[in-house]
Design a protein around this ligand. Structure first.
Ligand SMILES: Nc1ncnc2c1ncn2[C@@H]1O[C@H](COP(=O)(O)OP(=O)(O)OP(=O)(O)O)[C@@H](O)[C@H]1O
Ligand SMILES: [Mg+2]
Length: 271
């Protein structure tokens, strides 16, 4: 479990970024983090990672105060996929990149070999094991960063806008992979501006607005009950709008769900 308790932060220029933010991330959750551009989403994750330190407040891991622990220490239990994943890759091949974390943990060569092979297989990168990371496309680079976390058996992985600018095939592959990892117990924290992803894949959504936590609840609560979605930099997904517009329809988190519910209903009326 990861916790931010009453965290206040700015970048030293007097401009407030986060004020009194408290957030709990429970093991095994799939959480979406949203909010308008510049609201502080990346900053929240950098504070969790230890890449920034709060001005006041604490960060806890399983109840232990880790506020002053460096990012390298936290990387043992927390993986991270940057918005530009090439910025986190320094080794000449994919497999060496993925082996870096386990090497830092002091694992034996045999254990590292197994961990890397398993992580590459889980992320569909086995055929690219000897590739030079900068030559990969963005989706592949993201998968290398995810494989690095998988090889370390981290408890959680944080992804910063991983689907922005991706075609639908890459997006689907990434979301399938994250869903699979989550089912295996990995906690996922995903920053996104994609409302369909918040609705369809996240069990819980956190929204930052006005320098603090503006919403913390289920996507259904967010998209059906909040009247200030626009002010928060969000919008209601089409599938949710459609299901709310048709009287008697259940909440639908995706167009697939909406279509299935509609067909069931039509089938029912023609019988
Ligand atoms: N290194 C920095 N130095 C000074 N100000 C910064 C720095 N990084 C971010 N900021 C400012 O802090 C605020 C929060 O930035 P942050 O990157 O966390 O927002 P974000 O929600 O991730 O935005 P986006 O949706 O555009 O990625 C913004 O006003 C931004 O301009
Ligand atoms: Mg950001």
């Amino acid at each position: 479990m990861l916790e931010m308790k009453d965290v206040t932060f700015n970048y030293g220029n007097g401009v407030p970024v986060l004020e009194h933010v408290s957030v709990t991330i429970n093991a095994g959750e799939f959480i979406g983090l949203g909010g308008r551009n510049g609201c502080g989403k990346t900053t929240v994750t950098r504070l969790l990672m230890g890449l920034e330190k709060p001005l006041t407040g604490t960060i806890l891991h399983d109840g232990q105060d880790i506020t002053q622990h460096e990012a390298a220490v936290r990387s043992h239990f927390m993986g991270y996929v940057f918005q530009r994943p090439e910025r986190q890759m320094f080794r000449p091949t994919v497999q060496e990149e993925v082996a870096y974390g386990p090497q830092q943990l002091g694992m034996s060569d045999a254990a590292i070999g197994h961990a890397v092979a398993d992580a590459l297989a889980a992320t569909a990168l086995t055929d690219l094991a000897d590739a030079y990371p900068p030559n990969l496309n963005r989706g592949e680079k993201q998968r290398v960063a995810i494989a690095s976390a998988v090889a370390m058996h981290t408890e959680c992985i944080i992804l910063d806008e991983p689907t922005s600018g991706q075609d639908s095939a890459d997006k689907a592959m990434l979301m399938d992979l994250l869903t699979k990892l989550n089912k295996q117990g990995m906690t996922i924290l995903l920053i996104t501006h994609d409302m369909d992803i918040l609705a369809e894949f996240c069990q819980r959504v956190l929204v930052i607005g006005n320098h603090t936590k503006a919403f913390d609840g289920t996507p259904q609560e967010l998209f059906t009950q909040r009247k200030d979605l626009y002010e928060l930099g969000l919008s209601r997904p089409e599938a949710v709008s459609l299901s709310m517009a048709v009287p008697g329809m259940p909440y639908c988190k995706s167009i697939t769900e909406f279509t299935a519910a509609m067909l069931k209903r039509l089938g029912g009326t023609t019988k």
